[in-house]
Design a protein around this ligand. Structure first.
Ligand SMILES: NC(=O)C1=CN([C@@H]2O[C@H](COP(=O)(O)OP(=O)(O)OC[C@H]3O[C@@H](n4cnc5c(N)ncnc54)[C@H](O)[C@@H]3O)[C@@H](O)[C@H]2O)C=CC1
Ligand SMILES: O=C([O-])CC(=O)C(=O)O
Length: 332
């Protein structure tokens, strides 16, 4: 039987990530090759004409899975009946800025859009916040949309996760698809902790620890970590624009695994509302290792955290505590 279409909202759809992600969604990269979609695209008035151009291109591309396009500058209309909301709208940082430097502009957007989502979206809407500062924007959205279940509001750290997989694959000269179970802990910022202590590579049909294969703890504990932490800044330096195709692709990965499930034996990183796991205080949106099944994520429990990692998990939590109070002061 033909499936009913799923309504997917992309905010900031006339921007860089928006332009990269809408064709991916329309081709089935987010919800699978059998799932028809209706795209809801939101942008602001000055971008209305450009947004309409993106709609024209979507029609011209004749995607068989695409069953409709709503392109609007009206947030209420954009949110009507959406099942998935990918929140990209906002302002990107420029060279020399930290992601929290766009805080005051972006958190107020998330406060305003929270109520529109709450009022208009499907009751079980799954929300992914991409715009920076991603964890804190997601937290603000959660606080101002109290009727959306907290488990349904997440932020993107899958790009950092994929960057970590990419660095290991390059170092070992193995296929990236054979590397798994890296972890991004904490904030999508330069304090995030990319952790390879539980990561493995499939070699001759068996899983071997990344630490054993790399055999260079010095590199893993220093350069590897800073490369992943600073990758967004390196892209801005090179392109004069922040990551877009990799962000779009990772956002599709995030939603796909959340909705369709993570493969057996592997986990991914997602920014989720903390429940106190690993000693991270509740009340923060923090990136954890998660597995997903039947549309629900759960934090992987029981991983051993050594002293080096403990310090890093706590430092990035501390930054999130500070961001939270800065965000609240921006909203006052
Ligand atoms: N979490 C992550 O891994 C990543 C996050 N980002 C963040 O994603 C965001 C978007 O990045 P880009 O697409 O490169 O920026 P962009 O500037 O190309 O596009 C952003 C779009 O959002 C629109 N917009 C602004 N205010 C809006 C509002 N109130 N409602 C709806 N739309 C609004 C703008 O008109 C623009 O079209 C930035 O905050 C960036 O820092 C970027 C890469 C990775
Ligand atoms: O670095 C930035 O500002 C954009 C971003 O979040 C990333 O590329 O991870």
């Amino acid at each position: 039987m033909a499936k009913d279409p799923v309504r997917v909202l992309v905010t900031g759809a006339a921007g860089q990530i928006g332009y990269a992600i809408v064709p991916m969604i329309a081709r089935g990269a987010m919800l699978g090759p059998e799932q028809p979609v209706i795209l809801h695209m939101l942008d602001i008035e000055p971008a209305a004409e450009s947004l309409n151009g993106v709609k024209m291109e979507l029609i011209d591309a004749a995607f068989p899975l695409l069953r409709g396009v709503v392109a609007t500058t009206d947030i209420q209309e954009a949110c009507k009946g959406v099942n998935i909301a990918v929140m990209v709208g906002g302002f990107p940082r420029k060279e020399g800025m930290e992601r929290k430097d766009v805080m005051s502009k972006n958190v107020s957007i998330y406060k305003a859009q929270a109520s529109a989502l709450e009022k208009n979206a499907a009751a079980d809407v799954k929300v992914l916040v991409v715009a920076n500062p991603a964890n804190t924007n997601a937290l603000i959205l959660k606080e101002f949309a109290p009727s959306i279940p907290e488990k349904n509001i997440t932020c993107l750290t899958r790009l950092d996760h994929n960057r970590a997989l990419g660095q290991i694959s390059e170092k070992l000269n193995v296929h990236v698809g054979d590397v798994k179970n890296v972890i991004i802990w904490g904030n999508h910022s330069s304090t995030q902790y990319p952790d390879v202590n539980h990561a493995t590579v499939t070699v001759n049909g068996g899983d071997k620890p990344v630490r054993e294969l790399v055999a260079n703890d010095q590199w893993l504990n220093t350069e590897f970590i800073t490369t992943v932490q600073q990758r967004g800044a390196a892209i801005i330096k090179a392109r004069k624009l922040s990551s877009a195709l990799s962000a779009a692709s990772s956002a599709c990965d995030h939603i796909r695994d959340w909705v369709l499930g993570t493969p057996k034996g592997s986990w991914v990183s997602m920014g989720v509302y903390s429940d106190g796991s690993y000693g991270i205080q509740p009340g923060l949106v923090y990136s954890f290792p998660v597995t997903c099944e039947k549309g629900q994520w759960s934090i992987v429990q029981g991983l051993k955290i050594d002293e080096f990692s403990r310090g890093k998990l706590d430092a990035t939590a501390q930054e999130l505590i500070e961001e939270k109070s800065l965000a609240h002061s921006c909203l006052n």
